[in-house]
Design a protein around this ligand. Structure first.
Ligand SMILES: *Cc1c(COP(=O)(O)O)cnc(C)c1O
Length: 226
């Protein structure tokens, strides 16, 4: 089941890349395992999946402990982050996609253990002003990106966008394109960025067409979250 779903998602990504005239290696798959147990991650790992996304820090820590025997797992925090959770993220994750305030970034940087490489981070932007609530407004993204890029414990990789879902996912293309334009503008301003984290189970084709480099897929791999 998970193996078939993964295969299907990889095909969807490859097809979307082909249609967009992009290389299949340009887009990475983040498997969003929130609410699913260690066995689900184990099944995906057996199919070669290594990068996993989690929203809830406590849940993720329990899963990491249960999966300590697996090689090469890469954990991405993609949920809204409160100050009291930054230490666990800094100590146990490789990536955080949901940085939207300098205060949180500063804590992550200060709490990143010295023996680990810098924590990879994306700045979450609220492109549509929608009720995702988290995310910095686009007009403030450049300032925040410059501040974050200067922190020694972090490596700024790019932007993360979670547009509000619309009934027709093709309608989301405009929001995806604005996120890509902002990403390009930050690069043009001199920031070294390689990651545009956008696209989920329903809208990954539209996100890839617009320039996503990492899609975060949960439901289409692991099933409904009930
Ligand atoms: C849950 C979640 C996903 C996965 O969404 P699906 O629709 O299940 O693919 C992706 N990104 C974020 C930030 C999420 O919280």
């Amino acid at each position: 089941m998970i193996s078939n779903n993964l295969k299907h998602i990889r095909d969807r990504i490859a097809t979307a890349c082909q249609i967009a005239g992009r290389g299949a290696q340009d887009v990475r798959l983040l498997a969003v395992s929130k609410t699913f147990g260690p066995q689900a991650v184990r099944a995906a790992h057996a199919q070669g999946q290594r990068a996993f996304g989690e929203n809830y820090v406590q849940e993720a820590l329990a899963k990491m402990a249960a999966l300590a025997d697996l090689d090469g797992l890469q954990w991405h925090c993609i949920g809204p982050l409160q100050s009291n959770k930054t230490r666990a993220v800094a100590e146990h994750f490789q990536w955080c996609h949901s940085v939207d305030r300098f205060k949180i970034a500063e804590r992550l940087s200060a709490q990143r253990p010295a023996h680990l490489p810098p924590l990879n981070v994306c700045i979450q932007v609220n492109m549509d002003g929608g009720d995702t609530k988290s995310g910095v407004p686009p007009a403030r993204a450049l300032d925040l990106a410059r501040q974050v890029a200067a922190l020694p414990g972090l490596r700024l990789r790019g932007l993360m966008s979670i547009p509000d879902m619309t009934p027709d996912v093709a309608d989301m293309r405009g929001v995806h394109e604005r996120a890509k334009a902002l990403f390009d503008a930050l690069r043009a301003a001199g920031l070294t960025l390689d990651t545009l984290s956008m696209g989920m189970s329903a809208d990954l084709e539209a996100a890839i067409a617009a320039g996503s480099t990492m899609v975060r897929v949960g439901t289409a791999i692991f099933g409904g979250r009930g």
